[in-house]
Design a protein around this ligand. Structure first.
Ligand SMILES: CC(=O)SCCNC(=O)CCNC(=O)[C@H](O)C(C)(C)COP(=O)(O)OP(=O)(O)OC[C@H]1O[C@@H](n2cnc3c(N)ncnc32)[C@H](O)[C@@H]1OP(=O)(O)O
Length: 428
């Protein structure tokens, strides 16, 4: 992997096209997880996982006490290209294909998650140690925007990625996906966090120095993204009351559902072409088997995203009455790791709609087999588009009204103009 990276330095192209540091041989998708195992030094069989983690403890001494002692890196140091050869590998295609002959987006989420981690290891590579003392985990999927083009399961896909901003222990990673002679089909921004060798405490990451105007812009955008995330979280409806404009929206919705025949706050009726929010729910349960573990023996974030996405898709599909396609994935925060053996409870519901758009929220909780206590680990936000106009959604309770407003905030934060998002079928 590291030899390959030297190749990156000598073959430059524009970063905006995601291929500034072209490599002659992109990694095969299977090599991504193999490389991660190599870098982290994990067991390939579950039986040996405790021993492997004991060995990682010894790497603790390689962790620096301050970020200042770490050499700065450039964006090209972490740049990688990965090939998903759907066109030439029919066996691989089977894992990715839907019954409608499109690409399973849930699988793409898994690949992006692994790629994001590998990109961060490239950035922090220390030539003096074979294994990395860092444990790198996904903390946030800031945004995934789909572009206009369809994903065919019969054509190769190329991923590119690099670190675009760093803090003290966190890194922002930009990833792109290309198909049909490298036409861009997806843009993703993830935030990853470095932890110590046992994944127990924070660990510093190498600083990042932008090399040209374009990279300075990306870095500045990373700073702005951080401020935006803080502002979004400070104004969360879990902390503060809705704005006066939002309160008006909720009251309007409430008035629309009052029965004109009775003068009462209690008798509510649904307007035509509308659905109560509570009637849009779907739930699922998964047992988190060792097979779904990541290199740190916790449950792989990509698996959690795939499960949440597929439930969200089914929710949007049964609500909208036609096959929806995803346009944006937004603000997935990984609050707590999921332990192997946990029970994973996912609850999905439509929380906002507009024209052909369906905003779905999935809440994920886990409990261990010996405790009944449930803990929230993630909240997922997906925006889907349906072929036809979808019903309006009405909240009944105050809690549902907050879900509605939160859904609307996420819908409004969609970065691509609505008109661009028309005809590309991407299904689970
Ligand atoms: C690849 C995989 O499969 S990983 C599996 C999926 N992911 C996981 O299991 C991670 C689960 N989450 C966690 O363990 C914890 O939330 C952690 C360790 C990521 C963060 O814990 P925290 O208590 O928030 O840590 P802490 O406050 O030290 O913050 C660490 C860094 O994360 C950043 N961070 C924390 N939350 C966020 C957020 N929502 N968005 C962006 N950055 C964030 C902080 O700014 C800080 O960065 P800095 O050091 O550069 O300033």
């Amino acid at each position: 992997l590291w030899t390959l990276n030297k190749g990156l330095l000598t073959h430059g192209r524009g970063l905006s096209q995601g291929s500034q540091y072209k490599i002659s041989e992109p990694l095969h998708i299977h090599q991504v997880r193999d490389k991660l195992r190599e870098i982290v030094g994990v067991s390939t069989v579950w039986r040996d996982h405790v021993k492997a983690m004991e060995e990682r403890k010894l790497l603790h001494s390689f962790l620096p006490k301050s970020q200042k002692v770490l050499p700065p890196r450039k964006m090209r140091d972490s740049y990688i290209e990965v090939l998903l050869p759907l066109g030439t590998d029919p066996e691989l295609r089977d894992k990715y294909v839907t019954v409608q002959n499109t690409v399973r987006f849930g699988r793409i989420l898994e690949d992006l998650d692994s790629l994001g981690v590998l990109v961060c290891y490239m950035h922090n590579h220390n030539h003096s140690t074979k294994m990395s003392p860092l444990s790198i985990v996904t903390v946030l999927v800031d945004k995934i925007d789909m572009c206009k083009h369809s994903l065919s399961p019969e054509q190769d896909i190329k991923f590119t990625g690099h670190v675009s901003w760093v803090g003290n222990t966190s890194m922002e990673v930009k990833m792109k996906m290309f198909q049909e002679k490298y036409w861009p089909v997806l843009d993703a921004t993830f935030v990853m966090v470095a932890r110590d060798s046992e994944n127990k405490g924070p660990a510093f990451v190498n600083p990042l120095i932008p090399e040209n105007k374009e990279e300075e812009e990306l870095f500045k955008q990373g700073e702005l993204n951080k401020s935006r995330r803080i502002a979004f979280s400070t104004s969360s409806l879990l902390k503060v009351a809705p704005s006066s404009e939002e309160r008006n929206i909720i009251h309007e919705l409430f008035l629309t559902t009052l029965d004109p025949k009775t003068i009462s706050f209690q008798s509510r009726i649904l307007p035509p072409k509308a659905v109560w929010m509570e009637d849009t729910k779907l739930k699922s349960l998964d047992i988190c088997h060792p097979q779904e573990r990541n290199v740190f023996n916790r449950i792989f974030g990509g698996f959690l995203m795939r499960k949440a996405y597929e439930l969200a898709w089914a929710t949007a599909c049964s609500f909208g009455g036609s096959r929806p396609y995803v346009v944006t994935v937004d603000d997935i925060m990984f609050q707590k790791p999921v332990e192997v053996g946990s029970l994973l409870f996912l609850s999905s519901q439509v929380c906002f709609t507009q024209d052909n758009y369906i905003q779905v929220r999935v809440h994920s909780e886990v409990s261990s087999l010996d405790s009944r206590e449930h803990m929230t680990t993630n909240v997922f936000h997906f925006t889907f588009m349906s072929e036809k106009e979808v019903p309006l959604i009405f909240p009944k309770t105050y809690g549902e009204s907050m879900l509605y407003l939160d859904g609307q905030r996420h819908f409004k934060s969609m970065s691509t103009p609505v008109t661009l998002k028309k005809d590309y079928p991407v299904e689970p």
